[in-house]
Design a protein around this ligand. Structure first.
Ligand code: A3P
Length: 279
């Protein structure tokens, strides 16, 4: 059904989760200086990072924050009010393009952590997500999803456009980028970077504790508690390189050309270590 995806200002959004009223309400969202904001294109590690920050804040503040796995733009204006009485620091997440985030986020100089994952694994993860989530339309074939992915006819728009708009702000003191792949390769080192960026000052023992609590298997094991029936859709494989099981040679070259055009020469492009993970 078409209303599973709505078009707002030229971009598709999940119709079950987003609405024009919500986008309008979001314009007056009141950010706080000590908010911790996670920005990701879908399937780039949003839920992983939410759990990481949840575990970090629990340890540092000695209390359990609310585990909220929904993005700020999801729901209706009444649901948006839930953030008002939440104690600081609040853990927030968004899939919005930089140009669409609430103004108060940059006015309050909220710290933003951008997580990026290589585009090929992103596409495969997204394809499987479309086919497992009732809130999104299903695709009969990988090839037709791939076309829509490349044309930005998927929810939250095109990957390269998303990454390129955020890339422009990478030098801001309030922003840091980290890759899904570096988290996979060495989680404790990535966690140290995250802890330093948010001034959470976790010690080594705490870092290791967070690492074990946020491994793929331990998150998958508790996914029914954290995500209810949707758990299996959010924790599928959690690996690097699954794209090789889906991409044709031509599709691979098409993504390489887009990467070359939009990202290869940028800081974020270098951070992605493209040749290692996408060739
Ligand atoms: P796959 O579909 O490749 O398995 P998001 O949370 O942004 O929707 O991203 C989901 C992707 O992150 C899925 O990728 C999921 O398995 C992976 N993921 C979630 N938690 C993870 C973890 N702790 N370690 C590794 N990958 C994880």
């Amino acid at each position: 059904p078409e209303d599973l995806q709505i078009n707002y200002k030229g971009m598709l959004y999940p119709g079950v989760l987003c609405s024009v009223e919500m986008f309008q309400a979001l314009e007056t969202f009141e950010a706080r200086e000590d908010d911790l904001l996670i920005a990701t294109y879908p399937k780039n590690g949003t839920n992983w990072m939410i759990q990481i920050l949840y575990e970090m804040v629990s340890l540092v503040h000695n209390r359990e924050p609310l585990l909220d796995t929904t993005c700020i733009e999801f729901g209706n204006p009444e649901i948006l009010a839930r953030f008002k009485d939440r104690p600081s620091p609040r853990i927030l997440s968004t899939h919005l393009n930089f140009k669409n985030i609430p103004k108060s986020i940059y006015e309050k100089k909220v710290k933003i952590l951008l997580i990026v994952r290589n585009p090929k694994d992103t596409a495969v993860s997204f394809y499987n997500f479309y086919n497992s989530l009732p809130a999104l339309p299903s695709y009969n074939a990988w090839d037709s999803f791939f076309k829509d992915f490349m044309n930005g006819k998927v929810v939250f728009g095109q990957y390269f456009d998303f990454v390129a708009t955020w890339e422009k702000h990478l030098d801001d003191k309030t922003m840091m980028a980290i890759t899904f792949e570096e988290m996979k390769e060495d989680l404790p080192t990535a966690l140290k970077k995250i802890s330093d960026f948010f001034h959470l000052s976790l010690n080594e023992e705490q870092i290791n504790l967070v690492a074990s609590r946020t491994s793929f298997n331990s998150m998958k094991d508790k996914s029914e508690n954290t995500h209810g029936k949707l758990g299996d859709s959010f924790f599928r494989k959690g690996e690097i390189g699954d794209w090789k099981n889906y991409f044709t040679e031509d599709q691979s070259k098409e993504v390489d050309a887009m990467f070359e055009k939009y990202l290869a020469e940028t800081k974020l492009g270098k951070l992605l270590n493209y040749d290692k993970y996408c060739k």
